[in-house]
Design a protein around this ligand. Structure first.
Ligand code: C5P
Length: 215
């Protein structure tokens, strides 16, 4: 991509974990804090974009502003619906959310009692939100950016996701970055870029990621 500006562009970002309830009080989730997505949103605002942040349940959600709309969601389905509603007008879509891959097939209506000796949960797969955005055809955002959190074969797995989900860029990083204030990784593109990202606070990483992608 040649050099582009974010000025007055629409940027849609998913961030944080999702929560998949299996009874009214218990749920499956992960340790994502939403900090990477919030940092990318803040930097996009600074660069002149209008940002919509679809945010799973986190402890410290960023405050909205005239340039930052925060849509709080709970489950992967909620996130999927919110993205579907907003993705067609997005110029950039960034998927930083740690979306739960599975949801309980039939969430229980009542809180399960402790004296029940064991519980079997059947899980259904959740929709892949970023892959949906990547495959939108003529309504696809001009740039779709994903994150790949890997425990092994980090670059190979990330490259495979870049192609399968039809992304333009992907940030490959290790699962040890989840829930931390700092992160490192490698930025890969479908045109063959491979840019190492040294360990730095996620706010600084957000600047580096936008700078690389927009240049
Ligand atoms: O397949 P994996 O979860 O490792 O892919 C990571 C990328 O895909 C991230 O950008 C994440 O936000 C996105 N994703 C998604 N919907 C899912 C699972 C992952 O948008 N159900």
């Amino acid at each position: 991509m040649t050099s582009v500006s974010l000025r007055n562009k629409n940027v849609l970002i998913t961030a944080g974990p999702t929560r998949e309830y299996w009874d009214p009080v218990r749920y499956l989730t992960n340790g994502s804090t939403g900090r990477m997505g919030a940092a990318l949103a803040a930097e996009a605002v600074r660069l002149g974009a209008r940002v919509t942040l679809v945010l799973g349940p986190v402890g410290h959600p960023p405050a909205g502003s005239s340039r930052l709309r925060v849509i709080p969601v709970v489950s992967a389905w909620d996130m999927y619906e919110a993205v579907k509603k907003n993705v067609r007008k997005a110029d950039f879509f960034v998927g930083t959310a740690a979306v739960a891959d599975y949801r309980p097939a039939i969430p229980l209506k009542r809180k399960i009692k402790r004296h029940q000796p064991s519980v079997t949960l059947k899980l259904y797969g959740n929709p892949d939100i970023i892959a949906m955005a990547g495959h939108l055809g003529k309504n696809r955002p001009r740039c779709v950016i994903g994150f790949a959190l890997e425990t092994d074969r980090v670059l190979e797995n990330a490259r495979e996701k870049l192609l399968r989900k039809r992304l333009d860029w992907i940030v490959a990083n290790r699962e040890s970055n989840l829930g931390r204030s700092e992160a490192s990784g490698t930025l890969l593109s479908r045109w063959g870029h491979q840019v190492p990202l040294a360990k730095m606070p996620k706010e600084k990483l957000a600047k580096t990621i936008w700078r690389t992608i927009l240049n």
